[in-house]
Ligand binder design. Sequence first.
Ligand SMILES: NC(=O)c1ccc[n+]([C@@H]2O[C@H](COP(=O)([O-])OP(=O)(O)OC[C@H]3O[C@@H](n4cnc5c(N)ncnc54)[C@H](OP(=O)(O)O)[C@@H]3O)[C@@H](O)[C@H]2O)c1
Length: 290
Amino acid sequence: MQTILITGATGNIGREVIESLVALNVKAEIIAAVRDIAKEKDTFMKFTHLSYRSYDFENPQTFKSAFKDVNTLFLLRPPHISKVDKVFRPLLEIAKSSGIERIIFLSVQGAEKSSLIPHNRIERLINEFGFDYIFVRPSYFMQNLTTALRDDITEHRRIVLPSKKAQFNWIDVKDIGLATAHLIRDFATYKNQSFEITGSENLNFKQVADELSRLISKKVEFQSINPFRFYFRKRREGLNHSFALVMTLLHSLPRLQEPPEITNDYKNITGREPSTLQEFIHREKKALLP
Ligand SMILES: NC(=O)c1ccc[n+]([C@@H]2O[C@H](COP(=O)([O-])OP(=O)(O)OC[C@H]3O[C@@H](n4cnc5c(N)ncnc54)[C@H](OP(=O)(O)O)[C@@H]3O)[C@@H](O)[C@H]2O)c1
């Protein structure tokens, strides 16, 4: 039987991966790798068959016991962790020596083209260690509107980013969770490949602000600022250097790039159409209002 360890289980994607693995009735032991088991048992109360292991990316002493008898690892990079050699090299070394064979890594669309971003180095390390792998490379999360950008939207009715007219491809995290659960379930079919999980729309932030304004009946402005100002704004808000830098690059590099590619990977894997931004805003309307 597959034993699947889910890192980042309490976050946007991890939670949806668990939800979809359970919904697809995948025959496997599913284990949430969490920092605080007692607390998260409440979070995941409805998943009565879920197991738990104590795990901290920043404490390598937790790796060995977390990886014991696991054959499949769903791995992500928490947004504030960028030190690949310090965190991910020892993690992968211990994963290998613990007998983990398969890694499904949550990367990002275009990771293979940009050696600046940590996902690129993590993908290369996974290859270097010789794991069977699947790289899930999603586009821009719709849920950024209800997490990182939410306070500005609900309190100030604005979105402030260094993105000018750059286009982003918008994908619902629920769709990423579903596609990932299919990839885990049918690993043998998809192994040693990468998948770009995209939505059906490329939109810039002015278009998104206009769509938001229309659907929540409150005017939301988009303000584009210089990348340096944005970086220091994020630092003042308390983000560490790497997180602020990744946020700045994520929202400013697309200005220099072609619009993101829209792929059929989601439909090919799940047999469904991805959610539209309009559907997402309708569903999450409450979270987008003050
Ligand atoms: N946002 C986007 O548009 C986008 C697009 C493509 C790819 N991505 C990639 O997606 C990834 C983020 O995924 P996400 O949105 O699901 O993340 P998230 O919601 O921020 O969740 C982060 C998860 O990591 C866990 N975590 C943080 N520090 C930890 C530690 N030291 N030890 C153990 N667990 C720890 C958190 O657990 P706690 O609950 O304990 O904090 C949480 O479960 C990033 O690599 C990002 O680059 C993002």
